[in-house]
Design a protein. Structure first.
Length: 222
């Protein structure tokens, strides 16, 4: 009888632990170190670069793939803190926000970590098209006027707005080339409800705005 009681108590404790674990809040994600060697030759990657608007919703990217993708996009590649994509006057005015099933995160390139900004699946906020939620990951390229000499978006000069757009394009192309090399599919777009994203991610509406959004995943099974 004592053995049965002990077994029952142990099972109850395990069940309680499992229930508590599923209710734990989402956490920051420390990514593995990006792989900075290998991959497809550049000219082959350029030949395979293309835009996709459909994704296999059943296939996820691995943490290593996410780390490599974000480092390729806008990671730190030199000891002086400069990035894999250029920015005007090295202002580094963009942040990459990553929408996953588990939550929304800001990519901290200095420590290679996804910093949680909102728990839960908010991928549909990453675009207006139906395919957006089927992609396992969407990267939002978000600019901050405060880093470009403007106190608010309204005070930002047209030239600085244009440079923010150009700099976002460099980041997007880096993701395109990584995806071509890795056998992934991707598509960039500007059709994003900026107000919806700002509210979902608790951004600063006076200074931050979504320049581009880019979904990444695997091609649907044929």
């Amino acid at each position: 009888m004592k053995t049965l009681l002990k077994t029952a108590s142990l099972l109850a404790a395990l069940c309680a632990f499992a229930a508590a674990s599923t209710s734990l809040p989402a956490q920051n994600i420390t990514l593995p170190a990006p792989q900075k060697a290998g991959g497809m030759p550049l000219m082959e990657a350029l030949a395979k670069r293309s835009t996709a608007r459909a994704f296999d919703a059943s296939r996820e990217l691995t943490p290593q793939q996410i780390s490599n993708l974000l480092w390729a996009a806008f990671g730190i590649n030199r000891d002086d803190g400069k990035r894999t994509a250029p920015t005007a006057n090295n202002r580094q005015e963009h942040d990459l926000y990553v929408l996953l099933k588990t939550g929304s995160y800001r990519y901290d390139a200095k420590v290679n970590t996804l910093v949680l900004v909102a728990p839960g699946d908010q991928r549909e906020a990453g675009g207006k098209q139906p395919f957006v939620k089927s992609a396992p990951i969407t990267v939002l390229i978000i600019a901050d006027a405060a880093r470009m000499g403007g106190k608010t978006l309204e005070t930002l000069t047209p030239n600085n707005r244009e440079m923010a757009a150009a700099d976002a394009g460099f980041i997007a192309q880096n993701m395109y080339l990584y995806c071509a090399s890795e056998g992934l599919v991707t598509g960039v777009r500007a059709m994003v409800d900026n107000a919806k994203v700002v509210a979902a991610l608790s951004l600063k509406p006076a200074t931050q705005w979504v320049v581009l959004a880019q979904s990444v995943g695997y091609a649907p099974k044929q």
